[in-house]
Structures are given as structure tokens and as C-alpha cells.
Design a protein around this ligand. Structure first.
Ligand code: CA
Ligand code: CA
Length: 172
């Protein structure tokens, strides 16, 4: 991977987390993501599943801040993301994905409308409300179902998420 491609990938990952696009990642981005998912599936914030999504989003933010908010101002700038998160992601993407596990687990529970597990169609809706372009969302959701059984498990999402986050830096 050359450095232009690396820059492009890092920018895309940063934009994924910067849900409101204001140039930094903070708690608001995570609570906005939680709200968007709950609204899509008609789940109230007060319900058990709704509370689990918000708690997962907060834990995800705390984990992100612990890794990347170097100056402790409760905002992760693009620089902090690149030097902090991207380095950790590269060194240990699985460990990074673990901070997302409670959120991903809670989102799957909300998206699981028939109790049999989240389908690729439900995952497509989640990806779309989190800002994935429509033309990509279905494709990504289908790929998430790694074993092709029509349901997306927590481990399938976690391994896809760590692969997505684990951007290799070019040799400097
Ligand atoms: Ca933001
Ligand atoms: Ca900061």
C-alpha cells in the first residue's frame, strides 16, 4: 500500500467514527450512532435493548478516548486518531475491536427482529443509518455473513470490524 492509499483509508475510517462530520470524534458521535440505530428499528432509548445500545456506545467512546485522546480534551482529532488509534489498530486490531464488542452486541440484538439473529438485510439498514453509502451497504452486509447461513453473528461482525480497522501503514 502506498502512502496516498493509506491516507485515503485512514480518512475513511476517521469519517466512519466522525458521524456528524465536524472534524473530530467525541461522545456525541457515538450517541448519535446509537440514536440512529434505535430510530431505524423503532426501539426506544428506555427499553432494555435501547439502554444496552447507549451503554455500549459509551463504552466504545471511553475505549476510543483512552487510546487516542492524547491531550484529554474529550475530542479525538484526526491527528490524534492517526497517531493513537491507527497505530494501535495496526499493532493489534483484535484488541481494538474488543472495545466495540458491547456496542456491536447490543446493535445486533436491536437488529434481530425475529429472534433468530441479525440478517444481512437488517445489517444493511444498520450500515445505512451509520453512513455507509447505499450502494455499498448491501454488499458489505452480505459479506459480513461469512459462513453464509443468512444470519450475522457477533464474531462475524467483530472479525470484519477488526479487518476494516486494521489498516497497514506504508513503510516509512
Ligand atoms: Ca464528530
Ligand atoms: Ca484530544
Amino acid at each position: 500500500m502506498d502512502s496516498a492509499e493509506y491516507e485515503r483509508k485512514i480518512a475513511a475510517r476517521f469519517a466512519t467514527f466522525d458521524q456528524d462530520g465536524n472534524g473530530y470524534i467525541d461522545r456525541e458521535d457515538f450517541s448519535a450512532a446509537a440514536k440512529a440505530v434505535l430510530a431505524e428499528f423503532g426501539t426506544t432509548a428506555r427499553s432494555d435493548r435501547g439502554q444496552a445500545v447507549f451503554a455500549g456506545a459509551e463504552a466504545f467512546w471511553q475505549g476510543m478516548a483512552g487510546i487516542a485522546d492524547v491531550d484529554g480534551d474529550q475530542r479525538v482529532t484526526r491527528e490524534e486518531y492517526i497517531t493513537g488509534a491507527a497505530k494501535r489498530l495496526r499493532d493489534n486490531p483484535e484488541r481494538f475491536a474488543e472495545i466495540a464488542r458491547p456496542f456491536l452486541r447490543a446493535v445486533i440484538a436491536v437488529a434481530d427482529e425475529d429472534g433468530g439473529g441479525a440478517t444481512p438485510a437488517a445489517a444493511t439498514r444498520v450500515l445505512r443509518v451509520l453512513g455507509t453509502p447505499a450502494e455499498l451497504a448491501g454488499q458489505v452486509a452480505t459479506a459480513l455473513d461469512g459462513d453464509g447461513d443468512g444470519r450475522i453473528s457477533e464474531n462475524e461482525i467483530l472479525s470484519a470490524f477488526s479487518a476494516y480497522c486494521g489498516v497497514e501503514a506504508p513503510d516509512a
